[in-house]
Design a binder for this molecule. Structure first.
Ligand SMILES: [Zn+2]
Ligand SMILES: [Zn+2]
Length: 254
């Protein structure tokens, strides 16, 4: 396997927001990492796999304290959280952050139980090894584990994250995982949705997923006056597409 020139890619999406992703990670685990520029603090929504230093990769983008928040603690969202001094998560998933999966997360043939089959059943192609390049010479995918860390703050429904000139409200959006959260900027109608909703096959049968809770989350998203959804995976979309995704899910599951 070749060594990647750069591990992360990034693009500005306007409104002070940059999308960062890991192009050498299999699509299913290619999480969108969002950087939001604020006046007093920056916000980082999710932190990728933790295979290579995210902190170093975004150093040029950042000139103030960063509030790093995991929308949930799946391996593709919380991997580099440990690199940031301010680490926020919903309390239900704080212990998962401290005790991440002990199996080789990059090697799907070593995953426990039927995890791989559950994901494949929902329409994804899961390769044996989840990367197509190494971050550096000598990297061993079998030895890689999601780095553990402790949250410095837990955040619950209704809590405000204030960047000085923009404010995000924490929405508890369980279903995909019990402590899944979204970040909602009412002034702009911007939602960072994590894996609660994205424009691809949704995963609601993983261990800890809850279809009943997911249905309630979808009903709630339906009534949110969004302009744009920046999701945990796949391209961003507007309210019309959100409503289509919500209706499709509700028709399928309720
Ligand atoms: Zn997830
Ligand atoms: Zn994800």
């Amino acid at each position: 396997m070749k060594v990647a020139d750069r591990w992360f890619a990034s693009e500005s999406v306007g409104d002070g927001i940059t999308r960062i992703w890991e192009p050498h990670v299999a699509r299913l685990f290619q999480c969108n990492i969002w950087h939001v520029r604020g006046r007093d603090s920056d916000l980082l929504v999710d932190a990728g796999m933790g295979i290579s230093s995210l902190h170093e990769a975004i150093a040029e983008l950042v000139d103030k304290p960063v509030i790093a928040i995991a929308t949930h603690t799946h391996m593709d969202h919380a991997g580099s959280l440990h690199e940031f001094p301010q680490r926020l998560v919903h309390p239900i998933e704080a212990s998962q952050l401290q005790h991440p999966d002990e199996f080789p997360v990059l090697c799907s043939n070593h995953w426990p139980g039927n995890m791989r089959a559950l994901i494949e059943e929902q329409g994804y192609d899961v390769p044996d090894v989840l990367i197509d390049a190494y971050p550096y010479e000598g990297f061993d995918p079998e030895a890689f584990r999601t780095p553990a860390c402790t949250a410095t703050q837990v955040v619950v429904e209704g809590q405000m994250i204030d960047l000085g000139d923009r404010v995000f409200e924490v929405l508890h959006l369980p279903g995909h995982s019990p402590g899944s959260i979204g970040l909602w900027e009412k002034d702009s109608g911007t939602l960072f949705s994590g894996d609660a909703v994205y424009d691809g096959p949704l995963l609601d049968t993983l261990p800890d997923a809850d279809i009943t809770a997911y249905i309630r989350t979808m009903q709630r998203l339906q009534s949110l006056p969004v302009n744009v959804v920046h999701a945990g995976h796949d391209p961003s979309f507007g309210r019309q597409r959100l409503l289509e995704l919500v209706r499709a899910y509700l028709a399928y599951r309720s």
